[in-house]
Design a binder for this molecule. Structure first.
Ligand SMILES: C[S@@+](CC[C@H](N)C(=O)[O-])C[C@H]1O[C@@H](n2cnc3c(N)ncnc32)[C@H](O)[C@@H]1O
Length: 331
């Protein structure tokens, strides 16, 4: 028996519309639909990180072909060095064929930019006030924008909060467009100027950040291109790129269960449980999550995750009673 589930086939960020990248309806076998329900039960039980059962890692590709496990899919597509090279080459060449514009990198959904940036801003402000002394106001802050595309996130979000932003993007014509659009985008924020500093034309799986350079490493709508092994190895290398007290933000499409493989751009959309299992393998602490709101219904759900290398010291904003009640000079 089949249950028909409506989903966006590839999300807004995986290529031009219409088909095959338009929202579509697929038939999921009952077993997969049930595993989505099992996910929900898992959340309701309040469990944050679990060991994934085979059913929870089962997935589909964009032709509706079913895999019993992610391992089965990874073996088929990246099982030896030449297949893996081909996987990454195909991913990059897909994006090389896409127009270097906000609408291009958002797969024809350029209009979600505002809602995306707005909710990311709320998330980042809450993290600054909880994790940085003085909300980060008294020191220069540096961020890395991973899989930056044309610099959409750097321009609309990160430059407002960070004094310097580095961009990493493997597709040259995207990075060239980013460089051009950011060249005179030195944003004035109070007395400071904020600028895009370095433009790295490399893929994430080959990148090792400079030790201790970044307060925040932002990873949005690109980690689906990495295999599980490269995901874990990237975050492990990147931890050393964070300053003490620094953190990662990962913002991604979320599959209802297991994964959905997009054969066109060679990326996978993972479930929340799948991500949490990978974070555990990376030894990362999941500090906070937030759901993106206000996106069109036909798209995948989107989640933001704040991840720290260790359990962080949260900055208390309430002053101690003793301090608050003692006599003090009014300035
Ligand atoms: C959907 S676009 C998102 C761009 C940008 N993060 C944004 O939200 O505007 C996906 C981006 O991932 C990049 N990408 C593809 N393979 C990658 C890889 N192996 N490492 C890093 N980025 C990759 C693509 O070139 C593209 O710019």
């Amino acid at each position: 028996m089949d249950i028909t589930v409506h989903r966006a086939l590839c999300g807004p960020w995986n290529g031009p519309l219409p088909p095959p990248h338009s929202p579509s309806t697929v038939s999921l076998p009952l077993s997969l639909a049930n595993s989505a329900r099992a996910d929900c039960a898992f959340y309701r039980s309040g469990c944050s990180v679990g060991t994934l059962s085979a059913m929870e890692t089962a997935g589909l590709d964009s032709d509706g072909h079913q895999f019993n496990s992610a391992d089965e899919m990874w073996t088929e597509y990246t099982g030896d060095d030449s297949k893996k090279d081909q996987w990454y080459r195909d991913g990059v060449s897909y994006w090389e064929g896409v127009e270097a514009s906000v609408n291009g990198v958002l797969g024809g959904y350029g209009h979600v930019n505002d809602a995306d940036v707005k909710d990311s801003g709320v998330f980042i402000r809450s993290l600054f006030s909880e994790l940085f002394v003085d909300g980060g106001r008294n020191r220069p802050l540096v961020a890395l924008d991973c899989g930056s595309g044309v610099g959409r996130i750097t321009k609309n979000l990160l430059l407002k909060y960070f004094n310097e932003v580095d961009l990493l993007e493997p597709v040259k014509h995207f990075l060239d467009a980013a460089r051009e659009s950011l060249s005179d985008a030195n944003v004035a924020a109070g007395s400071d100027t904020h600028k895009a500093s370095n433009f790295f034309c490399v893929p994430l799986q080959e990148f090792t950040p400079e030790t201790g350079r970044y307060d925040v490493i932002w990873v949005q709508w690109c980690i689906g291109h990495l295999t599980d092994n490269d995901f874990v190895s990237f975050f492990n290398r990147a931890k050393a790129g964070l300053k003490p007290g620094g953190f990662f933000v990962m913002k991604e499409n979320i599959a209802k269960s297991g994964f959905v493989l997009d054969k066109d751009d060679r990326s996978i959309t993972r479930s929340d449980l799948y991500f949490r299992d990978l974070f555990r393998q990376c030894g990362l602490h999941l500090y906070k999550t937030k759901d993106q709101r206000g996106f069109p219904k036909e798209l995948f759900a989107v989640k933001m995750y704040a991840l720290t290398p260790d359990v962080p010291k949260v900055i208390s904003k309430t002053r101690s009673k003793r301090k608050a009640n003692r006599p003090a000079i009014i300035h």
